[in-house]
Design a protein around this ligand. Structure first.
Ligand code: IPM
Ligand code: MG
Length: 375
C-alpha cells in the first residue's frame, strides 16, 4: 500500500517525538511492505517565525495532497501573546480541525498493564486494567462559536464595562453525527455509552442530551445509555473509572476530561488521538502539548506520538494488523521494564530509563523481533 502522509511536527517537543513516530512507521513499512511517502511542513510557532502565519499556504497545500495528517504539537510561550488569529492554537490547530471537518475526536484512555504502578489511582480502582474511549466533538461548541471582545458600558450589577464572550452553540446535525460515531464505537466494544453534558445549566447541553437520547433510542436500542453532568463525570473518572466504556461529549468538556483520563492512566505522554472527518480523512496527534520546558532535551515520552501513528494506520488506512503490531511492541517494551522519565518511579530498574530516541529504538527493536522472548 502506498500512502502520502503530511508530517507536521510543530513546536517544542513536537520534532523530537515525531522523529520517533516516523522511525516506527518506517519499520512498519519495511516489515509489511508498504510505502509511506512523507511530506514535512511547518505548523504553529515555527511556521509563524518563517512565514508570518502559523498555518501557511505551503502547509495547507501539503495537507490537501495527503491521505492523512500526522501531527506533533504546537505552541509555546514565545507565541502566546500574538494576536489570537496568529497563535499556534487558534491560527493553526483549530483551523486545521475546522477546514477538514475533523469533527470526531477519538481519545482512547488505556492502561497498559505494566504501567498500573504509574497510574495515579489506587490500584484496586484499576484492577484488571482500564479501557475507556472518549469521543470528543471537535469542530463545534464553545471552541468554534464566534468569539468577540466588545467594549460596552453596562450599568447593572457586576456586568459593567468591557466584556468578553464565547458562544457555546450546538446544532442538531452536529450532535447527531457525533452520536453516530460514538454508537459505532460502543457497538464494537461493550455497548455502554455515557453522554456527558451540563444540562442542569446550559441550553446547548439540554439539546445535546435530548438528541443523543433520541438517536440511541432510534438507531441503537441495544446500547446502554446513561447521562452524566460534567462535574460528576470528573469525580466518577477519578473515583470509579472502570464504570465507563465509551464517553461522548462536547468540545470543551472532552478537552478537560481527556486530560484527566490521561492522568489516571499514568502519564499524559501515553495518550494518542484520531480526529476524523466523515470521509475517513484524519489528523493524528498526541493529546499532550508541546512541553516547551523539556523541548530539545531528548527526554520526552514519544509513545503517544507513536500510538497516534498506530491510530493513523488503523483509522485512515485500514491497516489493523500493522496498528496492532505497534501496540504490541510498545507493550513488550513496557513489560520489560523500559520507561521514559515521566513513567519511571522508584521500582524502575537503573539503566531502563530511556531517552526519547532510545524509546523509539526500543519499540522498533520489539517490532522487528516480534517473537523476541521476554528478557
Ligand atoms: C487538545 C489541546 C488543544 C485543545 C489546544 C492546544 C488548543 O488541549 O487537543 O486537547 O484544547 O483542543
Ligand atoms: Mg487538551
Amino acid at each position: 500500500m502506498k500512502k502520502r502522509i503530511a508530517v507536521l511536527a510543530g513546536d517544542g517537543i513536537g520534532p523530537e517525538i515525531m522523529k520517533e513516530g516516523l522511525k516506527v512507521l518506517d519499520a512498519i513499512a519495511k516489515q509489511f511492505d508498504h510505502i509511506f511517502d512523507y511530506k514535512e511542513a511547518l505548523v504553529g510557532g515555527c511556521a509563524y517565525d518563517k512565514y508570518g502565519h502559523p498555518l501557511p499556504d505551503e502547509t495547507k497545500e501539503v495537507c490537501n495532497n495527503s491521505d492523512a495528517i500526522y501531527f506533533g504539537a504546537v505552541g509555546g510561550p514565545k507565541w502566546e501573546n500574538l494576536p489570537p488569529e496568529l497563535t499556534p492554537e487558534r491560527g493553526a490547530l483549530l483551523p486545521l480541525r475546522g477546514t477538514y471537518n475533523l469533527f470526531a475526536n477519538l481519545r482512547p484512555a488505556i492502561i497498559f498493564g505494566p504501567l498500573a504502578d504509574a497510574a495515579s489511582l489506587k490500584s484496586e480502582r484499576l484492577e484488571g486494567g482500564l479501557d475507556i474511549l472518549i469521543v470528543r466533538e471537535l469542530t463545534g461548541g464553545i471552541y468554534f462559536g464566534r468569539n468577540k471582545v466588545k467594549t460596552l458600558t453596562l450599568h447593572e450589577g457586576a456586568m459593567q464595562g468591557n466584556y468578553a464572550v464565547d458562544y457555546m452553540i450546538y446544532s442538531v446535525p452536529e450532535i447527531e453525527r457525533i452520536a453516530a460515531v460514538a454508537c459505532d464505537a460502543a457497538m464494537k466494544r461493550n455497548k455502554k455509552l455515557t453522554s456527558v453534558d451540563k444540562a442542569n445549566v446550559l441550553e446547548s447541553s439540554k439539546l445535546w442530551r435530548k438528541i443523543i437520547t433520541e438517536y440511541v433510542q432510534a438507531h441503537f436500542p441495544q446500547i446502554q445509555l446513561n447521562h452524566m453532568y460534567v462535574d460528576n463525570a470528573a469525580m466518577q473518572l477519578a473515583t470509579n473509572p472502570k464504570q465507563f466504556d465509551v464517553i461522548v461529549t462536547g468540545n470543551m468538556f472532552g478537552d478537560i476530561l481527556s486530560d484527566l483520563a490521561s492522568a489516571i492512566t499514568g502519564s499524559i505522554g501515553m495518550l494518542p488521538s484520531a480526529s476524523l472527518a466523515r470521509t475517513g480523512f484524519g489528523l493524528f496527534e498526541p493529546i499532550h502539548g508541546s512541553a516547551p520546558d523539556i523541548a530539545g532535551l531528548n527526554k520526552a515520552n514519544p509513545l503517544a506520538q507513536i500510538l497516534s501513528g498506530a491510530m493513523m494506520l488503523k483509522y485512515a488506512f485500514g491497516l489493523n494488523r500493522e496498528s496492532k503490531a505497534i501496540e504490541e511492541a510498545i507493550m513488550k517494551a513496557l513489560e520489560n521494564g523500559y520507561r521514559t522519565a515521566d513513567l519511571a518511579n522508584k521500582t524502575t530498574q537503573k539503566g531502563k530509563i530511556l531517552s526519547t530516541s532510545q524509546m523509539g529504538d526500543k519499540v522498533v527493536e520489539y517490532l522487528s523481533n516480534a517473537g523476541l522472548e521476554t528478557e
